[in-house]
Write a protein that binds this ligand. Structure first.
Ligand code: CIR
Length: 257
């Protein structure tokens, strides 16, 4: 447990039914169910010992629950992103405000675009997905901001999914969970990796907490494989947020004081 670890979260907006969708067809989202699922998610963060910073609901910003996309917070600095979806840019000021007591947030300038879901931090290496949301200029500006602190940025082209972290996520310091169909796994050759079950392409997004890994209950074969590797899982029903193309990393920004 670490009392010095924070998690920024935001309730599900009542307008989530109008969320951005890129690779999924629109399906009815049950707002109350989405909110109940999100409450359990935030409870898990609290149980892990993280201090919650709960932003106000942004009723008219459909995707505002997916705070991950709005900021990259490292030990030394925070960067407010410039999301590729214009509808998401009004989410930024409240996140920047919440970060002010901890970091002086830097920003990215047009024509850069970058979503937090495209940034996978593995120690001092930041893998950045080149996606429909994040462009090369976003990657370049991020690299310029973090280089003075000893971080290296590695661009990773992705295809078939929304964000880099739809295709790969960190489940332990030297271990990633990956969908090899959506990126070139050679980019992660310096790490151990576990592939998602071939019939569960959306299973590569997991969120490691202090003593457990948050993982959607929709992917039983991948979950079984993770358990076989001795990894502790906390299974969550994320069905409603998944219809908005969200998953477990998207709903929080976790950082140390
Ligand atoms: C969007 O398309 O922006 C939202 N509907 C989903 C964002 C999910 N965020 C994430 O994976 N980091």
């Amino acid at each position: 447990m670490s009392s010095e670890t924070y998690a920024i979260v935001r309730p599900v907006s009542r307008s989530i039914t109008r969320c951005e969708l890129t690779h999924l067809h629109r399906e009815a989202i049950d707002l109350e169910r989405a909110r109940a699922q999100h409450r359990i998610y935030t409870q898990c963060l609290q149980e892990a010992g993280y201090a919650l910073i709960e932003l106000a609901e942004q009723a008219d910003l459909p995707d505002a629950v997916f705070v991950e996309d709005t900021a990259i917070v490292l030990d030394e600095l925070a960067i407010i992103t410039r999301p590729g979806a214009i509808s998401r840019r009004p989410e930024l000021p409240s996140v920047a405000q919440a970060l002010l007591p901890f970091r002086t947030p830097k920003s990215l300038l047009a024509p850069a675009t970058l979503d937090g879901g495209d940034v996978l931090v593995m120690g001092r290496t930041l893998f950045v997905g080149l996606s429909l949301r994040t462009n090369e200029e976003g990657t370049r500006q991020l690299a310029d901001q973090v280089r003075p602190f000893g971080y290296k940025v590695v661009p990773v082209p992705i295809h078939g999914c929304l964000h880099l972290k739809s295709a790969v996520s960190r489940i332990a310091p030297d271990l990633v969970l990956v969908n090899p169909d959506w990126l070139d796994v050679a980019c992660f050759k310096d790490y151990n990796s576990i592939a998602v079950a071939s019939d569960e392409p959306h299973a590569a997004n997991a969120l490691p907490l202090e003593d457990t890994i948050l993982f959607p209950d929709a992917f039983p074969r991948t979950a079984e494989s993770l358990l076989r590797h001795g990894l502790p899982l906390r299974l969550l029903d994320m069905s409603e947020l998944a219809k908005a193309e969200g998953a477990v990393t998207c709903c929080s920004i976790i950082f140390r004081r």
